[in-house]
Design a protein around this ligand. Structure first.
Ligand code: B12
Ligand code: SF4
Ligand code: SF4
Length: 391
């Protein structure tokens, strides 16, 4: 038995460090994914957030000298806010998906893994290690599955028995040899809930997805959000949790094991209107710690505008008008035009005139298109009830 004693010691140390689940996998290749990864890329089903070189994703020996084992870890995160804030009609709030609550998980897992590596180094002399979380080469979900942490659900996520899919994953490649842990059987059975619940039909059904259709991806892009996704985004301004919320394995599961993962309600359920004009400094101070701020201010502001449009929040009209007049970023102006047209219920000559003026000034092609559509929508509105009664 290769390193059985050390393996037990590592498991013990992991618990003490605050790692919720740990498993050991061989560092064999993931060749069974090769065709699928190429095919998904060729079909345009990927996002660009995946590591670019497919060979490095599936052959651990391309990124590490003599890899023997991959130690996979999972940390459970909360899925419920203890005291959620009220969502007032005249002061609407958005919400960040759960994987973006608390301190950015990359930092938390990196810290845990470096503590674990430091421990193993005390026990061995010459071993080498390469830790990674999310942004590394390896597919975290496939690695965790091989290490026996759980099974891959039809929603493509790693589902553990104890914590459901509300876990972050990371792994350490090493040249130390350990006996691998046993895999867990596929547990979805006949269930299709996530497939049926996905609002954009992004899930293919076999654990893969067309990631371009995924709302989680759409909330993280920097340009315009295609119109078909705007309504479906609702008021979740970063990520999407629908295919996890419906999963029976997640029912009743919300773990509060790591204080740094606890959500600050004012931050993860932010008021939307103030986000439209937030300064860079304020943005960094308020949202800088969240994983959901990694793409910067612009996508979140765009999403906040879309959420206000979806709420049909009349009280947001003055700020949206201000954004159209003053914001230097065309995409933000164009999205505000969309939201205004969505929010205004009735014929409003002043608003039509305003939109015409903005359109006349606009030079950005896509934004001209957005404003033209918004103008058409505004022109097609019915007169207010009162004037309809008079005529
Ligand atoms: C790019 C990316 C995204 C993209 C694309 C997601 C995707 N499914 O490909 C977007 C932005 C949409 C996204 C969204 C989310 N993500 Co993400 N994402 C990643 C990232 C960086 C790479 C994923 C990847 O490589 N996908 C491409 C390949 C590997 O996937 P695939 O083709 O579907 O192949 C899988 C299955 O088909 C299946 N499979 C197994 N055997 C076989 C055999 C055959 C023949 C076939 C066909 C398939 C198959 O296993 C394969 C490997 O997982 C990983 C981190 C990492 N480095 O791995 C995090 C990661 C997957 N994301 C994570 C999270 C939390 C999310 C969100 C929940 C965030 C949110 N709340 O919005 C959503 C969930 C969406 C979903 N249902 O998947 C976690 C998942 C944790 C968990 N419990 O599983 C990860 C692991 C990050 C982390 N380190 O914790 N993500
Ligand atoms: S995260 Fe949302 S949009 Fe993406 S696959 Fe799951 S339910 Fe569909
Ligand atoms: S909702 Fe059902 S099909 Fe989807 S991952 Fe969960 S158990 Fe599997």
């Amino acid at each position: 038995m290769a390193n059985a004693v050390l393996k037990e010691k590592i498991k013990q140390a992991a618990t003490e460090i605050g790692i919720d689940k740990i498993g050991f996998a061989t560092a064999d290749d993931f060749a069974h994914l090769e065709d699928s990864l190429h095919e998904q890329k060729a079909q345009g089903h990927t996002t660009g957030f995946e590591h670019k070189v497919i060979e490095e994703r599936i052959y651990p020996d391309k990124i590490f000298n003599k890899p023997k084992t991959i130690i996979s870890i999972a940390l459970a995160y909360p899925s419920e806010i203890e005291k959620p804030l009220p969502n007032e009609r005249d002061d609407r709030r958005g919400v960040f998906a759960r994987a973006s609550w608390g301190v950015d998980y990359h930092h938390i897992l990196e810290d845990k893994m470096s503590q674990l590596i430091a421990y193993i180094k005390e026990e061995t002399t010459t071993a080498t290690f390469k830790p990674m979380v999310d942004t590394g080469e390896l597919p975290d979900v496939a690695t965790a599955e091989r290490a026996g942490l759980g099974f891959i659900g039809r929603n493509g996520l790693l589902i553990t028995e104890e914590f459901g899919s509300w876990v972050y994953l990371g792994e350490i490649i090493t040249d130390l040899e350990f006996d691998p842990d046993e895999r867990v059987d596929f547990g979805c059975g006949d269930c299709m809930r996530c497939i049926d619940a996905c609002p954009t039909d992004a899930l293919i059904g076999d654990g893969r997805m067309d990631a371009n259709l995924c709302l989680s991806y759409q909330t993280q892009t920097k340009g315009y959000m295609p119109e078909e996704f705007r309504r479906k985004m609702g008021h979740v301004i970063y990520g999407c949790d629908i295919c996890q919320l419906v999963c029976p394995y997640n029912r009743g599961k919300s773990f509060h094991l790591h204080p740094e993962m606890e959500p600050e309600p004012e931050v993860v359920q932010p008021k939307l209107k103030p986000m439209l004009t937030i300064s860079n400094k304020e943005f960094k101070n308020t949202f800088g710690e969240l994983a959901g701020s990694w793409r910067g201010k612009k996508p979140l502001q765009r999403n906040a505008i879309i959420a206000l449009g979806n709420y049909r929040d009349q009280t947001a009209l003055p700020q949206l008008i201000e954004v159209m007049e003053t914001d230097p970023r065309p995409m933000i102006r164009g999205t505000a035009a969309w939201a205004i047209a969505k929010i205004e219920r009735y014929q409003n000559d002043a608003l039509v005139e305003f939109m015409e003026e903005q359109l006349a000034k606009e030079t950005d092609e896509e934004t001209v298109e957005e404003m033209t559509k918004a103008l058409e929508t505004l022109r097609a509105k019915r007169p207010p009830r009162e004037s309809r009664r008079k005529s």
